[in-house]
Ligand binder design. Sequence first.
Ligand SMILES: Nc1ncnc2c1ncn2[C@@H]1O[C@H](COP(=O)(O)OP(=O)(O)O)[C@@H](O)[C@H]1O
Ligand SMILES: [Mg+2]
Length: 399
Amino acid sequence: MTRGEVGPHPDRTGAAATPELVAAVRDRLAATGQDPDPPGVARAVRDVGGVLGREELGRVVRAVRDELLGAGPLQPLLEAPDVTDVLVEGGRVWVDRGCGLERVPVDVGGPERVRALAVRLAAAGGQRLDDAAPVVDARLPDGTRLHAVLPPVAEPGTLLSLRVHRPGGYSLGDLVRLGAVAPVVEQVLRALVARRANLVVSGATGTGKTTLLAALLSLVPGDERIVCIEEAAELRPDHPHVVRLVARRPNVEGAGEIDLAALVRHALRMRPDRVVLGECRGADVREVLSALNTGHDGGCVTLHANAVADVPARLEALGALAGMTPRAVAAQAASALDAVVHLRRTAGIRHVAEVAAVSGGADGLVVDRVLACGPRGELEVGAAWPVVARRWGLDPVVT
Ligand SMILES: Nc1ncnc2c1ncn2[C@@H]1O[C@H](COP(=O)(O)OP(=O)(O)O)[C@@H](O)[C@H]1O
Ligand SMILES: [Mg+2]
């Protein structure tokens, strides 16, 4: 990569904003209890004997804020618009900007500083990280997902895996313009939302499920009430009436957990017009299928799957976690769900790759692929399309 594109911010490496000065200013702020706002930092710089110009002071303010409130030297990476993952292994830093991992020249300091950063980030996510609890999985306040492991469990040094949360504010029209949604798929999606179909948005991690789901919910008429149930408050549909229920992990004593399944049950008592499960990933599948089978239509869930053909097996596997037999899952899913919209990332391009209709058959669940789309708009129409198109109120002739 070219230096400066994602690496340390070029104007944050000026001589005045040395790590030593930043550390001294940080300690001074901590000692005085002063907020890291520009006047506070300016005072702290003076207190520690520094003399800075306005521009350099700006750099120190930024660096101190990143250290105290953000992810320190990793913060500029987390803010780079194309970065989805930041990984630290001991002193080495890697990012994924959509084309695989790249090493970046960021100085994260020695083992103690990396460890301190991990501990501080875990605390920002409400979790504890120390020798007694050396592994943590947390959400930072901005939605970034943090996974951290301390040595000696991690070898050779502290491991940090940060997944940036940036389900962008894309409308369905934006996704069409970006080539992520073929025009015929756009028509299908609009029809499904308007018909209050129950939808599964499937795909691997980072394929744009949450982004597409938010775009679809933005199409829901403004007089409907959407209740979103999520692990972290990610979905931001452009809609006037969205309420969010966010799951809570147990505290260190193991108390206080509110899981997704419980939240789905609560959502049903909140007069929802649409129940949305941000990500169906466990025993919550039982609650959501049962909700969608009991008159709550227009519901949506996202599901981790590699292709539409894998969706039945994936639902069965999740159902097993809830003590459901494969037959029960198939029967429930066949009557609860109407369509699967599958996303894929091909050569860095995220796009809707498959649309399938869900129905019940002799073997229980039938997920019939009716449209397949390539990353450049190539379209393949399945044999069942004409029948399904009529069922969804669409023109069966695809042009
Ligand atoms: N069509 C798209 N084009 C470009 N970037 C996208 C597109 N869809 C999603 N993204 C970006 O990809 C990342 C992952 O998207 P997200 O919706 O969170 O994926 P998932 O829910 O499948 O893990 C986000 O940074 C998001 O802004
Ligand atoms: Mg997601």
